[in-house]
Write a protein that binds this ligand. Sequence first.
Ligand SMILES: Cc1cc2nc3c(=O)[nH]c(=O)nc-3n(C[C@H](O)[C@H](O)[C@H](O)COP(=O)(O)O)c2cc1C
Length: 225
Amino acid sequence: MLLHIDSSADTTADSVTRQLTEAFARTWHTAHGNSADHRHRDLSAAPVPPITPAYTTLGRRVEREGFVPPAKVPALTESAAEQREWGLTLPYITELLAADTLLLGVPMYNFAVPATLKAWIDRVTFPGALTDPDTGESLLRHTRVIAVMARGGGYGPGTPREHFDFQTPYLKAYFGSLGVPPENLHLVAAELTRVDVLPQLAGLEELAADSLARARATLTALAAA
Ligand SMILES: Cc1cc2nc3c(=O)[nH]c(=O)nc-3n(C[C@H](O)[C@H](O)[C@H](O)COP(=O)(O)O)c2cc1C
């Protein structure tokens, strides 16, 4: 199953991450058949509710038990608020665990990932839920993750803002800590997407076009694989 999650607040055809995730999904369908299971989640149209005190209280109690499979969490709830939180959380976990490929559209917002995506991350990373309770192994060790990033500026090696890119190290640390092997994690960026509006980027039009073309080509190859 392809789990396709967009997080750009721009729901128009102008969104670069949405254009690229859609192109990935199209090629993926060509390779896997039109009836292949593709689920699309739009975190801007349907935001994941931020976690609440009941989520953290339940999470702490579950953590004390060691690795608890999702099926055993309801027995550990102690209030209606905790049951509600678990009811909100479980579908995201189930969906992620069913995915062979996780495709994320990740615009750069203030040097990091959008709050809508962070809300999904905080909810789906419920203590123990992504770990095999019998072996302690990551349940995401075979999941392929493709994060499609877009940023208005440029953050490549040697550029003045190289060290302002907190998306790339964050996504590497997050998925690495979840047990997604480095060879299964693909971070693809289209840079300088605001070249047409920001005067300080004038003259970089060709670099922007190259960056977008390279991102498209990389994603086509990944989708066809
Ligand atoms: C709230 C907000 C914050 C942004 N912050 C940054 C930033 O820190 N660095 C940057 O290079 N571009 C920034 N941008 C520009 C976006 O990264 C850029 O427009 C990108 O293409 C957005 O992805 P999308 O086209 O899929 O919507 C920001 C845009 C918005 C709306």
